[in-house]
Design a protein around this ligand. Structure first.
Ligand code: F3S
Length: 112
């Protein structure tokens, strides 16, 4: 079992999740984070911390596509273990639906 990040993270990217992750299994894209599901120990701390409710368990309905999505980008993006810059308009994006259209494949800076 693992937790994964969904499209609700896109353009909100609060990064409170990375601060509580005991295994450092978050990876940073330009406008969202993902979890490496193979490194996640399913503690659930990150899901509790995310005010965008962007993190779900891989057993939830509809989670399958996000597991593959998280695995794919975790292999491409740099690791992030501490909170970086939060987008100024993060709150404005929090409740926007269907954010996948705004997804960027570009990597973030990671623990630069
Ligand atoms: Fe994204 Fe929530 Fe983390 S918005 S960066 S999953 S705290």
């Amino acid at each position: 079992m693992a937790y994964v990040v969904t499209e609700k993270c896109i353009r909100s990217k609060y990064q409170d999740c990375v601060e509580v992750c005991p295994t450092g299994c978050f990876y940073e894209g330009e406008n969202m984070l993902v979890i490496n599901p193979d490194e996640c120990i399913s503690c659930g701390s990150c899901a509790d911390e995310c005010t965008a409710e962007a993190i779900i368990e891989d057993t939830e309905a509809g989670a399958e596509q996000w597991v593959e999505f998280n695995r794919k980008y975790a292999a491409l993006w740099p690791k992030i273990t501490s909170q970086g810059e939060v987008p100024e308009d993060a709150d404005e994006w929090r409740d926007v639906e269907d954010k996948l259209q705004f997804f960027s494949e570009a990597p973030g800076k990671g623990d630069a």
